[in-house]
Design a protein around this ligand. Structure first.
Ligand code: GAR
Length: 199
């Protein structure tokens, strides 16, 4: 099975969905570590299953570049085939990109390139969008700009507020993430080719 590292900053419902999927032995990936940039409730989903966790906080490092290097090192220790940012609210830097570029994916609660950034659901509502959704994409140096791997639409309802709409997006996002990680974890896919010399 492909080795997946998950990064999160919050409640981690996406991470929980991925962990639940990995309980099926036929699922082609396992979660080997869950990392965070802060004390996050989401780490509990991993702890409960005996999966290692780590916290790499920006405030514990002299600057952003030292933090980025420490994050790359912490991840590398678990030899992941794929790194999944699932509600990780920080931009990774050049050290993480150099170590994991091309097998580093993010899930975002909007149909990118529409509504990038930290307030995608609020921004979609404010713009009067009638359709929004979820996107899984490769991470590059920009803010939610990397190549799109998968997307799914969610209709905006007239009575939606940010919380309600985000919850409906997350329902779709969990499925999309579980399916996409499976696809990326299949033998012969990009993440496996990057690290498995003798498949
Ligand atoms: C998800 O909707 C994810 O796409 C979003 O945070 C939520 C995390 O949910 N990420 C971003 O907005 C990153 N820009 P969760 O904590 O319940 O998994």
């Amino acid at each position: 099975r492909a080795r997946v590292a998950v990064l999160l900053s919050g409640t981690g419902s996406l991470c929980a969905a991925l962990l639940a999927a990995t309980e099926d032995p036929g699922y082609p990936a396992e979660v080997v570590v869950v990392g965070s940039d802060r004390t996050a409730d989401g780490l509990e989903h991993a702890r409960r299953r005996g999966i290692p966790t780590f916290t790499c906080a920006l405030a514990d490092h002299p600057d952003r570049s030292a933090w980025d290097r420490a994050l790359a090192e912490a991840l590398a220790g678990y030899e992941p085939d794929l790194v999944v940012s699932a509600g990780f609210m920080k931009l990774v830097g050049p050290a993480v990109l150099a170590a994991f570029g091309g097998r580093l994916v993010n899930t975002h609660p909007a149909l990118l390139p529409a509504f990038p950034g930290a307030h995608a659901v609020r921004d979609a509502l404010a713009a009067g969008a009638t359709v929004t959704g979820a996107t899984v994409h490769l991470i590059d140096a920009g803010l939610d700009t990397g190549p799109i791997i998968a997307q799914r639409e969610v209709a905006v309802r007239p009575d939606d507020d940010e919380t309600r709409l985000h919850e409906r997006i997350k329902e779709v996002e969990r499925e999309l993430l579980v399916e996409t990680v499976a696809r990326l974890s299949a033998p012969g896919s990009m993440s496996r080719q990057a690290t498995r010399k003798n498949p």
